[in-house]
Design a protein around this ligand. Structure first.
Ligand code: NAP
Ligand code: MG
Length: 477
């Protein structure tokens, strides 16, 4: 039975989007010497603001400010003092949580219930967690000596969350930061810069330089950057690895994924269906660890697919600011094109497409939740990251076949296992080549838990005690 809900939009009155933004260097917003670009609301293509594009000279200024702050202030401060700033930032994030969530949904296109209930709370939790480490680094196992200036480049799918994953451990360990948000989602990073001012963070400890790929390149190749932390595509990650090869820079790379979500015939099917939906349609599937390959045991495949389609038909798609919305807008026209192209490859390869029948808004960038059945391992839709709300379904008969198929990928970021048997969970987790394995759940994040990949999904860990390693010189120095 079809029924309608009244719209329940969150008010955007709480955010104050300025017509134009400069760069945040040495504690102040400055004009920059480069050109500018526009950021849009992907749900309706409204231009939100004009944002400065940092030139090489601007990046150089930011790195100099970070170096000064590092040498004169931040690396000399006790861990307990640094922690006070991190706790203050964490509390301000909580206080301004609604503002951050609304702005994130406007600039990124993700549903408000996700930015409000997932992204922003985990961002605050990350700062609280690493604040706790700042005065306990001698117990980290990685020494307590910071590296210096960290150059950090992040993608558009979790703009604030990726910022928190980068900035919180860097500052806790005594490093200073130059960070570039993605071109399509700069606004919450700029609001975070205001929060740094509000927290009285010493100038230069955090610098935010907006721009596109060239600005990112200028950061990672800058000779006075000691550490490069990157989250994004495997292709750009490889280019960065080449750039820093032969230098003293320490590098962590969080790259793409093609996670298997494995459903055994003894799994609680309704719960598994929720996990499949969460695995691939959370954040429109713009998730590096998305469960984009469903591996379902042959004996329950028909039942799982039938219930999955029924559940997908209840997903509400539309205005990201509406509190009822489950699936929001695709982040950019460019990303929408990539999703369309790879899906068409799926059609051409002979897989069968099924999508939710729904009216898509006429403006903005939208793609309906979609599944492909009849997918084989050789298909490109089973091998390449689609980074959108598109699920490829494969089947298996035995646990060994599931392992073989799950590991048959150049990536190794995450995996999910759905079964009633604890012993099977443990044996699967041991044999899956993935940095994170979720059991009877999916896409759960906690600041205490390390996250990262194998193989082409990158190297280094973010989160937890392990996340400190990338920002410290090591136990022996
Ligand atoms: P991307 O194109 O690699 O961009 C990531 C960031 O790097 C952006 O800020 C981008 O700038 C910048 N950049 C582009 N070219 C660069 C270069 N040559 N040197 C330095 N920086 C450069 O990736 P994306 O399309 O935005 O993000 C999607 C990808 O990120 C997916 O593959 C996804 O799996 C991965 N991801 C991984 C994780 C993880 O934790 N493993 C988390 C989230 C996303 P502009 O975009 O502004 O041009
Ligand atoms: Mg935008």
């Amino acid at each position: 039975m079809a029924f309608e809900y009244a719209p329940a939009p969150e008010s955007r009155a709480i955010v104050d989007i300025k017509p134009s933004y400069g760069l945040f260097i040495n504690g102040e917003f400055v004009d920059g010497t480069g050109t500018s670009f526009k950021t849009v609301n992907p749900a309706n293509e409204e231009v939100l603001a004009e944002v400065a594009e940092a030139s090489d000279a601007d990046v150089d200024e930011a790195v100099k400010a970070a170096r000064r702050a590092y040498t004169r202030v931040w690396s000399r401060m006790s861990g307990a003092e640094r922690a006070k700033y991190l706790y203050r930032i964490a509390r301000i994030i909580q206080e301004r949580g609604r503002e951050l969530a609304v702005l994130e949904s406007i600039d990124n296109g993700k549903p408000i219930k996700e930015s409000r209930d997932v992204d922003v709370p985990i961002v605050a939790a990350h700062f609280f967690y690493y604040a706790g480490w700042a005065d306990k680094l001698q117990y980290s196992g990685y020494g307590s000596t910071p590296l210096g200036v960290a150059g950090q480049v992040i993608p558009w799918n979790f703009p604030l969350l990726m910022l928190a994953w980068k900035i919180a451990p860097a500052l806790a360990c005594g490093n200073t930061v130059v960070l570039k948000p993605a071109e399509t989602t700069p606004l919450t990073a700029l609001l975070f810069a205001e929060i740094c001012q509000q927290a009285d963070l010493p100038p230069g400890v955090v610098n935010i330089v907006t721009g596109a790929g060239d600005t990112g390149r200028a950061i990672v190749s800058h000779p006075d950057v000691d550490k490069v932390a990157f989250t994004g595509s495997t292709e750009v990650g490889k280019a960065i690895a080449r750039t820093v090869a032969g230098t003293d820079k320490k590098v962590t790379l969080e790259l793409g994924g093609k996670a298997a979500n494995i459903v055994f015939d003894d799994a609680p099917i309704d719960q598994a269906v929720e996990g499949i939906v969460d695995g691939i349609f959370f954040n429109q599937g713009h998730v590096c660890c998305a469960g984009s390959r469903l591996l379902v045991q042959e004996s329950v495949a028909d039942e799982v697919l039938e219930r999955l389609k029924r559940r997908m038909s209840t997903l509400r798609m539309g205005d990201p600011l509406d509190k009822n919305t489950d699936v929001g807008a695709i982040n950019s026209g460019e990303q929408l094109m990539r999703i369309r192209e790879l899906s068409q490859v799926g059609d051409a390869e002979g897989a069968e497409r099924w999508e939710v029948a729904c009216d898509l808004p006429t403006k903005g960038f939208w793609f309906p939740p979609t599944i492909f059945t009849g997918v084989s391992q050789a298909h490109r839709i089973a091998r390449e990251e689609i980074f959108g709300p598109v699920l490829s379904v494969l089947t298996f008969r035995t646990p060994s076949e599931a392992i073989e198929k799950a590991n048959n990928t150049p990536f190794g970021l995450s995996a999910g296992v759905w079964t009633d048997k604890g012993s099977r969970i443990l044996s699967m987790a041991n044999r899956l080549r993935a940095g994170v394995v979720w059991a009877n759940t999916f896409n759960k994040f906690d600041p205490t838990s390390p996250f990262g990949g194998y193989k082409e999904s990158g190297y280094g860990r973010e989160g937890g005690r392990h996340g400190l390693e990338g920002y410290l010189k090591g136990a022996d120095s």
